[in-house]
Design a protein around this ligand. Sequence first.
Ligand code: FMN
Length: 188
Amino acid sequence: MSTPRRFLFLVSSSRPHGNTEQLARRAATQLPAAVAQEWINLADVPLPVFADLRHATAEAWAPHVEGNARRLLEATLAATDLVMVTPVYWYSLPAAAKLYLDHWSAWLRAPGWDFKPRMKERTLWGISVSSDTDPRFAEPLSQTLRFTADYMQMCWGGFLLGYGNRPGEVLQHAPSLAAADRFFAAAR
Ligand SMILES: Cc1cc2nc3c(=O)[nH]c(=O)nc-3n(C[C@H](O)[C@H](O)[C@H](O)COP(=O)(O)O)c2cc1C
């Protein structure tokens, strides 16, 4: 029997109920009812400043697997599908999403968690909104996520890019909504 699908949506907009979350919620309506969904806004679970401790002693790792970091680590490992819900900020990831990925560098090495082998073959997806209608300017973001999936030997689900600037604008943009309605077809 295959593992039941469980989607974790990690929202990294720095304003509440932004376009990206609204687009992601629209796409998520297409998931089958049997698929569990967990939604976390990274602003509600702030991570500590990242420190590169790759070459420090094991005890130094503790802050990266405690408190909010542990909450996110456990939610990440509980998901079969991780959806990064990230607006385009300066062609790339908002700081909260980047900080979360930086913490992967610690989780990869945190003793006893087996982060990389456990993430293998899970699926990484990206959902984004930009205020520029030219999709080329979102490529650094989509490539970052795609390369991250490759590095982690995860499956790549795909990248949904909508258009909108003011809050709620994406819901007025018919092509973005049509793309959202198709996005999770592979997960059905
Ligand atoms: C700090 C910052 C940087 C941004 N950089 C870009 C950008 O590089 N390209 C772009 O098209 N839009 C950019 N935008 C616009 C947002 O992508 C756009 O307003 C989007 O709708 C915000 O999504 P949200 O409502 O989910 O927060 C930027 C917005 C902010 C606040």
